[in-house]
Design a protein around this ligand. Sequence first.
Ligand code: ADP
Ligand code: ZN
Ligand code: ZN
Length: 729
Amino acid sequence: MTSNEVPNARESTSQSTGQPAGGLATGWVYVRVALDVPLAGPFDYVATNSILVGSRVVVPFGRRRLIGVVLATDIEPSIERSTIRAIERVLDDLSPLPPTWMALSQFAAHYYQRPVGEVMLPALPVPLRRLSHYEGKRSGEGPVVKWQARRAKAKSPLGVSLETPDKPVPVELNDEQTAAVQALSASQGFNAYLLHGITGSGKTQVYLAAAAQVLLRGGRVLFLVPEINLTPQFAAALAHRLGEVVPPSGVAVLHSGLSDGERLDAWLRTFDGTARIVLGTRLAVFAPMVDVDLIVVDEEHDPSYKQQEGLRYSARDLAIWRAQQSDAVIVLGSATPSLESWYRAEQGQYRRLTLTQRATRTTLPEVRLIDTRRLKLEQGLAPVLIEAVEETLAQGKQVLMFLNRRGYAPVLHCESCGWVSQCDNCSVFAVLHRQGPQRLRLQCHHCGTQRRAPSACPVCGDQDLQPMGRGTQRLEEHLAERFPQARLARIDADSTRRKGSAQSLFDRVHAGEVDILIGTQMVSKGHDFENLGLVGILNADSMLFSQDFRAPERLFAQLMQVAGRAGRHASAQTVEDGQDNPVTPARVLIQTGYPEQPVYQALKAHHFAGFAQSLLRDREGAGLPPFAFQALLTAEAAELPQALGFLESARAGAQAWLTEQGLTDSVVLYDVVPLRVVKVAGVCRAQLLIESTVRGDLHRLLRGWLPSLGQRHGAQRLRWHIEVDPLEI
Ligand code: ADP
Ligand code: ZN
Ligand code: ZN
């Protein structure tokens, strides 16, 4: 991907440009256009009239015609003038994209080292960037005019209705919440706040109260949530609190689960300013708001804010940039903030707001560790855990069993010869799944391939194949046998494949139709189970000894979230009577073979701050983020040596560049290594980690060195990408 490979306008012939012979007449301008093509650009064109930055235009590109966005006008062309082709058409059904949006996209492209067109165009709704929507048979006057017509005809205004059947119950904020809201509303200009509130402390009410004040002043709010399935719940919360302030058309929801039409509608209402609240997942950080006054990033630590393909961006980090650029207030909320954010709060870059109490006057659940080392487990369950389930069910409360491993068993195994089920295309085990009583299948969780589970060992022919370990299906099976009276439900990626099935399972739990819920991480986020008396956590140790230095941080966050599902509500009776019935507080039981590990001790003590402090000390000692900045170059090839060879060559190039620039002391190049799961879907992967304590030096290297990578050894026969601030290493 070097700039001299670019077959852009310079390949074109002047005959096709329509330029007047003998040079340019006055009024002709050169413009630079962003195009969504995997080439670095720049792409320069000529226009017959002056043209505004941010306009969408139709241009010829090679033998194709594409929609692009004008980045700059009156430029000095980067190529021979006579070869420059003309812009065919300006799409004037929309005014130009706002400067703030252009700046954000350009910053993202620059920071994450991608061509700007690969940032801008995918951020637009499909109809606005595909020529077929303008020139197709049924395109009429284009998608925007069609949308306007649809809007004019619609009986009820388009948008998200904030009407709710039940009357909003006004919530009186407690002192800590009030203090947080006051701090936010008193804030002038750009300020970043870290809202650290324990699970159930009522962070949502703080966001909503702060948002209400902004909206009443005529301002705009951008709400980011980590997952699509949290948007309905958030929209409902907005409805309760803000329904009177904002009409349905004033709310836009943006996420990747929308149809093209829905996305277009939400996007256009944001663009034309009708929507004053934008709620969405990470892609909503690119919402085309001209101006924003408050940005909320809920569960800011959540890895879902990081896009894992194409433009590998962090929506949280871009949101901070966006807030800064718009002079807005930004709130990052979490019970378990990322160490990056925590560190910035320690440094005073972010102001910390703390909620130490549960809003519903309940206490935090009691966390106990079950040391499994000397215990005889029954199908993976400790006797105390089984007793606790019995007790909880007897009290008429619900149980959540958390096991972050879907399927029946992680592997099928031959006891006589040691054969284990493996995926043919990946370097991982094939997971045993049960589909119906007699149907066992082997499924790869990396590439998705499936096959029937063999009934006899493919190597020695022994018929005694055994599942090893357990996943949610097997746990469910065992619990159903053990507690035949209990009503069970399992929530994981398999049980919720059909659209809407996750919601209906959650609804059953909320309606009290489920006694024991078995779930993976899907159950850990956002959901508020009123009657949950016990959380059992199984197999957490598998995350304890990962090579990734973020593993303890992530394990803590995940277990804290799961544990936080418990006991969020005082029993209705206690509240009504105003007396303290001796209700057993909710319990969290963690099975572990390593109870002395700091992460478990910190969970037991509910002590995030202490844990964060000790992790930060470790990171500082090891020179890891947030005390250093990283970039990760990953190569994928048919054979591992190709990937390794390319990365070695790339590494040598980086080394040479650093030497030349005198930066060898500042930037560290790690050894080239295969990924932990080296092969996925027949492709072998390896990586090169680059690190510096000076962010600017790291970026100087990337800018100086990346453009030459395309010429490196074997670059044509493999795929590679760079990730800035990688989350997983
Ligand atoms: P968090 O996001 O901090 O985990 P939530 O915002 O989900 O917590 O709030 C937890 C529960 O407390 C919710 O049911 C919410 O309605 C309730 N709640 C929040 N603030 C108050 C308050 N001031 N008084 C009573 N209940 C509250
Ligand atoms: Zn065998
Ligand atoms: Zn596979």
